[in-house]
Design a binder for this molecule. Sequence first.
Ligand code: ADP
Ligand code: ASP
Ligand code: MG
Length: 407
Amino acid sequence: MALIVHKYGGTSVANVDRVKAVAGRVVNAARRGDKIVVIVSAMSGETDKLIDFAHQISSQPNEREMDLLLSSGERVTSALTALAIEALGFKARSLTGRQAGIITDTVHTKARIARISCDRILEALDEGYIIVVAGFQGITEDGTEVTTLGRGGSDLSAVAVAAAINADRCEIYTDVEGVYRTDPNIVAEAQKIDKISFEEMLELASLGAKVLQTRSVEFAMKNNMPIIVRSSFSDNPGTLVTKEDKDMEDVIVSGIAYDKNQARFTIVHVPDKPGIAAQLFNAVASSDIIVDMIVQNISSDGKSADISFTVQTSDTKKALEVSERAARELGAKKVDVNEDISKVSIVGVGMKAHSGVASKMFQTLAHHNINIMMISTSEIKISCVIDATFTELAVRVLHDAFDLAKH
Ligand code: ADP
Ligand code: ASP
Ligand code: MG
């Protein structure tokens, strides 16, 4: 008998019929003798709809209220799923994040899980219940405030619960057959990966491959919790995300990711003197905004600099406020913002030992008249910021250029 966590994403619980189908899958697993804890997302589109409602009222809604609002989507599906499992003759109980003991810090809209006190889940499992936990949410340590875990956060709920209850594995059910070399909805011939290391998956996720939320992969890696990503619409085996081993393929470029939720800020004509960057990014960090790329260009007379950086679009308004204030204090000329950008990245541990990968990426983009606005590299990835209009084209031509359909 195994203890397994199943997580079902928004498309998998998009309506009542799909909730019933999920219940059918869960019950089949229970019939095989396994103990199951289910984590569910909100119905697809629900979280966006709630965010839109809030924005019709306020351009920068209070984040505490947003968390309470958004946590409701997952409560709906957890209760419906429990009802659907009971309708099939099995004992089921739904739990909110709080009832499941998911304790987080106090950073609203992107809280981090501090710990899970899983006694209630374990007791109910012992009593023969199938547990259905509302994903994406937790409660602050003092038990007073509901928090959410950042977009896509039900993946993290699943991995964290799996680790806390010492599950044998965590199965993430979604609307594709597994993890592919790139988004199969953009490149039809993209190949599914049978097995991928935590490290490579972490890199793909953090660069935008939203099939798994970044923090969920981080958490799985730290706790050595194997994840299986598979379709909730088929019985195919999916992709195993696990510790690196020798039969994982050694290719130079193993995947391509893109992220359209990026905004670029440029602080124009900042006086060029020591401490300026520290002052600017201190202000940004103290507002809980995560900065991704940073580029600084010194003007030809050496007296001023333009500093550009990127943030997630969900932070655009906050970042604009902070950087306009910082620009005034620093004596800069103005702040430019561009939300019509995207970041396209190639990833692969094999890059460490090969030269010419970056130039091939730049040439491929140039050949298709795609202008590169920013570049950042690490040992195992190269990212380019481009005009968002060309995202799909860039992904396709890079997929071709690096022969990814063959792996
Ligand atoms: P869920 O609602 O189940 O959490 P998501 O929409 O968050 O599903 O994630 C699944 C989507 O991730 C797929 O529909 C696909 O478009 C996208 N995706 C992006 N990159 C990849 C990739 N490398 N492999 C698989 N899917 C990917
Ligand atoms: N419903 C949340 C979102 O749309 C969390 C999730 O689906 O994982 O981001
Ligand atoms: Mg998701």
